[in-house]
Ligand binder design. Structure first.
Ligand code: PLP
Length: 387
């Protein structure tokens, strides 16, 4: 019997090591990794520069404290500001923590403007994490059930519906921010249109709200640009990051710009581990390798190749997504496909019951993509024919 608390229904496999886009289990079997530990292993497994940089950093310094200056954190904040065009960075350790920072920032922003009961607008089918505030912001009853009372101060609207957002704007004077994912990940790879994101941006400007984007899953090159919102030619006031930022080393970030600048002061927020030298080194190397190896363009190109390949090979499915964040919607629940793929040496995921989710490492090659398309399409078509 495992002594781990029973929080995950785990698949019957454990891995001992990995190399690039392959993982190897305790029986020596090889798997093609099309999930990256849920959008985390940006550089795949065993990337030589990441391994070397982490080893060197571990030998130099792993942790000091935010009571002191941390040079690696300063460097990472500079680099994140450069690629995002945003100017302030708070470093933490995970996606839910990054979103907690966005929610606290929005509330403090509201209080400073004389709004005593600030409200953050959130979306149906959203996912923002498992802490109390972030599960309250999440648009999925399964995530919330049993954990009431929920944190107050959230107002929910349908995703992608600008008219609905305009209606709540007219009726609620306490709104201070809107929080959404540019592409809903856990919700089923639901892509916000450019018009919608631009409309939210305009409404936030007109109302002096903070536009807060949860790019925990979509950020760091996943969609073919550094951040998914860049496809729409807009910039948020607040953005949360985590997953792919450290290529597997836990790290999160909350970025602020415009109206969101200068809201926090010493004492308002903090994190013991946040911005430690080891995690920051992982993120710095991740950003450096993405740039040097041209991984943004690779994500765009390989993603298109996978989407085209699946659309052609599996005409009974609906394929969507951007870059290497891909959803394949079936006409029926398909959670069983995860086990069928595992038995076939392929790591994928199913979300929102009917959507196969692919999140390969950004180093995925054409050969990896063609292998994935070939093997997955056989599994999907066989699954659809069997019932
Ligand atoms: C995974 C995820 C989170 C939560 O991140 P954790 O690191 O698990 O806390 C939040 N938002 C989005 C969009 C995510 O995909």
């Amino acid at each position: 019997m495992s002594h781990l608390m029973n929080t995950y229904a785990r698949l019957p496999v454990a891995f001992t090591h990995g190399q690039a886009c392959r993982l190897y289990d305790t029986e020596g079997r090889e798997y093609l990794d099309a999930l990256s530990g849920i959008a985390v292993n940006t550089l795949g497994h065993g990337h030589p520069q990441l391994v070397a940089d982490l080893a060197a950093q571990a030998g130099r310094l792993i942790h000091t404290s935010n009571l002191y200056g941390v040079r690696e954190a300063e460097a990472l904040a500079d680099r994140l500001a450069e690629v995002s065009g945003m100017s302030e960075v708070f470093l933490c350790n995970s996606g839910c923590e990054a979103n907690e920072a966005t929610i606290k920032l929005a509330r403090l922003y509201g209080h400073k403007r004389g709004v005593d009961q600030p409200v953050v607008v959130v979306m149906e089918s959203s996912f923002h994490g498992r802490t109390l505030a972030t599960l309250s912001a999440t648009g999925n009853r399964k995530v919330q059930a049993g954990f009431e009372p929920l944190v107050a101060g959230f107002l929910r609207v349908p995703f992608g519906d600008l008219a609905a957002l305009k209606v709540v704007a007219e009726h609620n004077q306490n709104i201070v921010a809107v929080l959404l994912e540019p592409i809903q990940g856990e919700g089923g790879i639901n892509v916000a249109s450019t018009e919608y994101l631009r409309g939210v941006r305009e409404l936030c400007d007109a109302r002096q709200w903070l536009m807060m984007l949860d790019e925990v899953q979509t950020g760091i090159g996943r969609t073919g640009k550094w951040f998914a919102h860049q496809h729409a030619g807009i910039r948020p006031d607040v953005m949360s990051l985590a997953k792919g930022l450290g290529s597997g080393v836990p790290i999160g970030a909350c970025l602020g710009e415009g109206r969101a600048k200068g809201v926090f002061a010493p004492g308002n927020h903090g994190s013991t581990f946040g911005g430690n030298p080891l995690a920051c080194r992982a993120a710095l190397t991740t950003l450096e390798v993405i740039e040097r190896q041209g991984l943004l363009a690779n994500a765009e190109r390989i993603g298109q190749r996978i989407r085209d390949g699946i659309a052609q090979a599996c005409p009974a499915t609906k394929v969507r997504g951007m870059g290497l964040m891909i959803g394949i919607e079936l006409d029926r629940p398909c959670a069983d496909l995860v086990k069928l793929a595992l038995a076939d040496g392929l790591l994928i995921n199913v979300t929102a019951e009917r959507v196969v989710r692919l999140l390969p490492p950004l180093i995925f090659t054409e050969a990896d993509a063609d292998e994935l398309v070939g093997r997955l399409s056989v599994l999907v078509n066989r699954f659809l024919a069997a019932k």
